[in-house]
Design a protein around this ligand. Sequence first.
Ligand SMILES: Nc1ncnc2c1ncn2[C@@H]1O[C@H](COP(=O)(O)OP(=O)(O)O)[C@@H](O)[C@H]1O
Ligand SMILES: [Mg+2]
Length: 444
Amino acid sequence: MEYIFSGKWKEASPISFDASIMSVAIRVEHLSKKYILSHRASEPYVALRDVISNAFRKSSKMNAEGVGTFAKKEEFYAFKDVSFEINQGDRIGIIGRNGAGKSTLLKILSRITEVTEGRVSIKGRVASLLEVGTGFHPELTGRENIFLNGSILGMSKSEIQRKFDEIVAFAEVERFLDTPVKRYSSGMYVRLAFAVAAHLEPEILVVDEVLAVGDAEFQKKCLGKMKDVASSGRTILFVSHNMAAIQNLCSKAIYLNKGRLEIMGEAEHVISTYLRSTADVNSIDLASRKDRSGNAAFRFTSFSLKDSDDQQLSSLQSGKPGKLCLEIEKNTTIPDLRNIHIAVGIDDEMGQRITNLNNETTGTLFPEMSGSKATIEISIPRLPLRHGLYSFTLYGTVNNDVADWIGNAGNFHVEHGDFFGTGKLLPDGQGSFYIDHTFKLRNH
Ligand SMILES: Nc1ncnc2c1ncn2[C@@H]1O[C@H](COP(=O)(O)OP(=O)(O)O)[C@@H](O)[C@H]1O
Ligand SMILES: [Mg+2]
């Protein structure tokens, strides 16, 4: 286990100056992180920040307790054998389901948690905004925490002082500067923590799920600030479940899956791989449904979502192409079925019918159904629905007689997507779908 944290590469001798190495900001080699689970206490480590803040406060009561006092131990790898390289100035989104190891990775890069196996090399100062509770010391005031974080980043008092007013203004916490941060609301805490991390001019900015906390206005402000930081050539690692934010901010992404690096590459591609890979859950079986009506000339047997390459999806994304696929099965005593007509009613979370996809409306005539099974594919070139949960009703007729009708046949999710390519989402409470449109000001 080895860490190299310095302004220069340890291995890089002045003789073997290599421009390609110079551009690497973070190198992770065969990194594994093992947690030791126990009934008594958490992991036996003393966080760097605790050490520094203990020194800062000269208080002994913050020493880590319980080290080496475990009764039962159980080993567990939060991630295993992860390797990647990040170049200076890269904006990297990190995605993956809960428990994939995203936060653990950021904690390792921020030196909050130790490496178990492998090696991490970092060039430059890292400022991080991690899960609430890791960045600041709760007993210290807002003002003290700003200085503490600055000194952790190796800044001088006067350097911090220069940034101080900007940080306070961005966080909107003037009135609470001399209050211990443990009394802050979670919103205030996150605002200050973000402001500190983003303004202290780190070479590398690490942000974990900040967009899940603060209000919509502040989220926008944070994204804007991260863009500024990125445009000044600094490296950003950003964990979020908001795919639109990742798409908008990040050029590349890493998909962590159960502690393994599934794929790293161009953000758009990694996001679509991630959405596809969660697909196993989402083919809805309709064959065994009892609550249906119709003469059963044919029946709906399953529903699934696919992307434009026919890969199964677990959810659709605003602004992206997608397909709703219905498997149907014919009553085998009937010969070829003609004049099939299918309708899919879509309801929002409030049960309000928002649209109906219907081959009569689109003027599509299906060929006759000759085999016992067929797939009905409904392609949507650019999904206008905003993120949320939708339910659907299926309705099928043959020669105007109802063959199969299933009310509330199932649900599907629509994820955030960058419909307009601006990174801006429809504000909450401002409707349920996107409309293609343009704005113009005409002077008179
Ligand atoms: N301090 C810890 N002690 C034991 N297990 C932990 C600890 N922190 C995280 N884990 C476990 O490690 C795995 C990865 O967690 P985490 O990095 O928080 O994932 P993510 O941020 O992707 O949701 C999870 O199974 C989690 O329960
Ligand atoms: Mg996490």
